[in-house]
Design a protein around this ligand. Structure first.
Ligand SMILES: *Cc1c(COP(=O)(O)O)cnc(C)c1O
Length: 290
């Protein structure tokens, strides 16, 4: 399976010129960067594999993308998560709902990682939470190659890349395969935690991306009116729907630093918009925002 290169577009936001790599448009059934991270698994010949096993949160973009992959490859998909709220079971929504429709079997467990590994036998493929593993390099390298071509075609002389991180795997492998700087920020846990995650897959610290931080700490998945307002502004100004888990935090931290960085920014839109359904529902319930 191959993907056509995703579009590369020029925008203006708050008087800042910015190019956006539309990996959200890479494939209708995958969240952009998960398609990159799982590309290797989509192409590999697996003669004995019958099931894929993974673990993580109950609304994860990776979970949904794995359900698509399992369906494409005719595998069973078993997923371990901590806890599924009663409300969600009764009213399936977002990634949880669509992954179930694709045949995911979900199991609740207090030690999701340990239990997933205990459950795994030799004809199973196990995927780390959020796809944080070396195999992700294959697809992210293809993204890097597309970016090099996009930048040449547009004649951008002093580019830099920016993208918000979860596990940081996408940012790390982009930096490994690009001849210019990659900036990122942490959206899950602290900046130190992001570095710890890089160390789990890569020894060479010289290729670690640069982390943009903020005085304010954001908690992953927490509702925040300011973030929602920024997300809406991005949507109305540029006509682009961003993801609600990573992108508003990503843009907030970017806007704090952009004036101090020399060069032309390129933002990677990593998809995840399918997951907005459940976030929007939560915003609606909490604040009455639609
Ligand atoms: C998974 C995901 C990320 C984080 O990717 P990492 O490689 O784990 O850093 C960022 N944005 C979106 C929309 C995602 O789905």
């Amino acid at each position: 399976m191959t993907f056509n290169p995703s579009p590369f577009e020029k925008y203006n936001f708050k008087n800042q010129q910015i190019y956006i790599k539309r990996d959200d448009l890479l494939h209708i059934d995958f969240s952009g960067n998960k398609a990159r991270k799982f590309h290797w698994f989509l192409n590999q010949e697996f003669t004995n594999i019958k099931r894929v096993i993974s673990f993580g949160s109950n609304q994860s973009n990776a979970m949904y993308s794995l359900s698509v992959m399992a369906q494409l490859r005719g595998w069973e998909f078993i997923y371990f998560c901590d806890h599924i709220p009663h409300f969600l079971k009764e009213n399936p929504i977002g990634n949880y709902k669509y992954a179930l429709q694709n045949g995911m079997q979900i199991l609740e467990s207090k030690n999701r990682k340990d239990d997933a590994y205990l459950y795994t036998s030799k004809n199973d493929l196990i995927i780390e939470e959020g796809g944080r593993q070396k195999e992700a390099e294959f697809g992210v390298k293809i993204l890097a190659e597309e970016l090099i071509k996009d930048i040449q075609n547009e004649g951008i002389t002093n580019p830099y890349i920016y993208l918000p991180s979860g596990t940081g795997t996408t940012a790390l492998y982009l930096q490994k395969h690009l001849p210019f700087r990659v900036f990122t920020c942490s959206c899950v846990g602290s900046d130190e935690y992001l570095k710890e995650q890089w160390k789990m897959v890569e020894d060479d610290e010289s290729i670690f991306p640069i982390i943009l931080s903020s005085p304010k700490k954001y908690h992953y998945g927490k509702l925040d009116k300011e973030l929602y307002a920024l997300w809406s502004e991005l949507k109305s100004d540029m006509g682009i729907t961003f993801d609600l888990m990573y992108d508003p935090v990503g843009w907030k931290k970017f806007l704090l630093h952009v004036k101090q960085i020399n060069g032309t920014p390129i933002f990677i839109h990593q998809g995840g918009v399918k997951g907005n359904e459940s976030m929007l529902e939560r915003y609606k319930r909490k604040y009455g925002i639609i």
